[in-house]
Design a protein around this ligand. Structure first.
Ligand code: FAD
Length: 387
């Protein structure tokens, strides 16, 4: 099929949301010659609140889905290290070296690069146009352009998705598994020692009861953040407790930016008929550490492959999508969720001892689990598939 230029005509597929998930979906479809429109309310590069930490499996996904290798991301990469530290509050429990590096990126640049790849592959960009209402029968209404039509719709419009409303998910379950996340970005020269010279990412348990804090290094600044389910003590006060402990000056605590994060509330059925949801919109985020970029790329790609299955007469898109998720993603989400539900109550009750034990038992395999070389399910070897 030829590249589609006139969006007054219906698309084969309309992808709503041009973050990593939407770009992966649009890229996969455009490469197969499908007429695909990629709609986003933002113009790119657009800001996106994110720690920007990429694991090894994210690079596997980028290579399989978008033929992107690390050198292609040069403009976006701000730091790269295999070393990491795990703390109970500000007490160091373990310093380790993973077999693969953790790569930190600026999301604005990373997302813009992915979008460029989708456009180069032939996806038609429809930027600066917000989806205005819940889609029905292959149609979406946008602020500026009235109705857009497509045979299939892929909802990749993030955690506050409007597309999700069309699937009428269980609201109670959704909100029960929704976390808040907050971050500040602090210039190194304004930070006290020893924080100022941090070169390696660290994770901090024990500052809040339903999540964790992080400190990620970039070349010129550090990102300090925290996520957690909504609870009696506000995330802000837990986060300020962490900042106090590291003596982060008051002047660096603003602007404090926050965003919701799916944290164990993935949708049991993220597709119905010709509408598939992926990435944050479907709650597909790993529920212990909140890693979402890999899952956005992979689920977006799976949604696209499943649409191709139906267009080419092999299977119904929604069934094929469910099968792919069940094969590769669901088991990881479930196992990670179980891990969080076991570990956090123990840490809340007994402090650092259970965490210490967990780190001793897991050993070096834990970093491999985060990188995706091992599964969250009993640390078994993990082989990802993108077919
Ligand atoms: C504070 C914080 C830190 C994080 N740190 C990390 C990390 O270090 N590593 C990691 O892997 N993950 C991290 N995550 C998670 C990660 O950011 C998300 O999981 C990931 O961005 C999801 O990608 P997505 O494409 O599904 O959604 P998004 O990246 O949110 O993209 C959704 C797109 O949809 C568009 N959109 C929304 N509504 C509409 C509408 N009505 N009409 C048109 N367009 C619309 C938006 O403009 C946006 O471009 C973090 C999240 C938070 C909140």
């Amino acid at each position: 099929m030829s590249q589609h230029a006139d969006h007054a005509e219906p698309f084969d597929v309309l992808v709503v949301g041009a973050g990593p998930c939407g770009c992966a979906a649009a890229l996969t479809l455009a490469r197969s010659g499908v007429r695909v429109g990629l709609l986003d309310r933002a113009r790119f590069p657009r800001p996106k609140l994110c720690g920007g930490l990429l694991t090894f499996k994210t690079f596997l996904a980028l290579e399989h889905i978008a033929a992107i290798r690390e050198p292609d991301l040069e403009q976006a990469v701000t730091a790269r290290t295999a070393n990491y530290h795990l703390y109970y509050q500000d007490r160091l429990l373990r310093s380790g070296r993973a077999s693969r590096p953790f790569v930190l990126v600026r999301r604005e640049r990373f997302d813009a690069l992915l979008l460029q790849r989708a456009r180069d592959a032939g996806a038609v960009q429809l930027l600066g146009r917000a989806l205005e209402c819940t889609p029905a029968k292959g149609e979406v209404a946008t602020a500026e352009h009235g109705l857009l039509r497509a045979r299939f719709l892929i909802g990749a419009d993030g955690v506050n998705s409007r597309m999700r409303r069309a699937l009428r998910p269980d609201k109670v379950r959704w909100h029960a598994g929704l976390a808040d996340a907050v971050e500040i970005r602090a210039p190194r020269e304004a930070l006290p020692e020893p924080l100022r010279h941090r070169q390696e990412p660290s994770l901090h348990a024990g500052f809040n009861r339903t999540g964790y804090g992080w400190i990620f290094p970039n070349q010129d600044d550090l990102v300090l953040g925290m996520c957690g389910l909504r609870e009696a003590r506000s995330l802000h006060s837990s986060f300020f407790g962490m900042l106090d402990r590291f003596q982060v000056p008051e002047s660096l605590r603003r602007p404090l930016r926050g965003h919701p994060l799916p944290y164990g509330n993935w949708l049991p059925r993220p597709g119905r008929g010709a509408l598939l949801l992926a990435g944050d919109a479907a709650g597909i985020v790993e529920p212990t550490l909140g890693e979402g970029i890999f899952y956005a790329l992979t689920s977006g790609h799976f949604a696209a492959l499943s649409v191709l299955d139906e267009l080419q007469g092999r299977a119904m898109a929604d069934c094929a999508y469910m099968q792919r998720l069940a094969r590769d993603i669901r088991p990881e989400l479930r196992a990670s969720h179980a891990l969080r539900r076991c570990l956090l109550p123990l840490v809340n009750r007994f402090g650092q001892a259970p965490l210490d034990l967990f780190l001793k038992l897991g050993g070096t395999a834990l970093a491999q689990m985060v990188h995706g070389e091992r599964s969250y399910w009993l640390l078994r070897r993990k082989h990802w598939r993108w077919d």
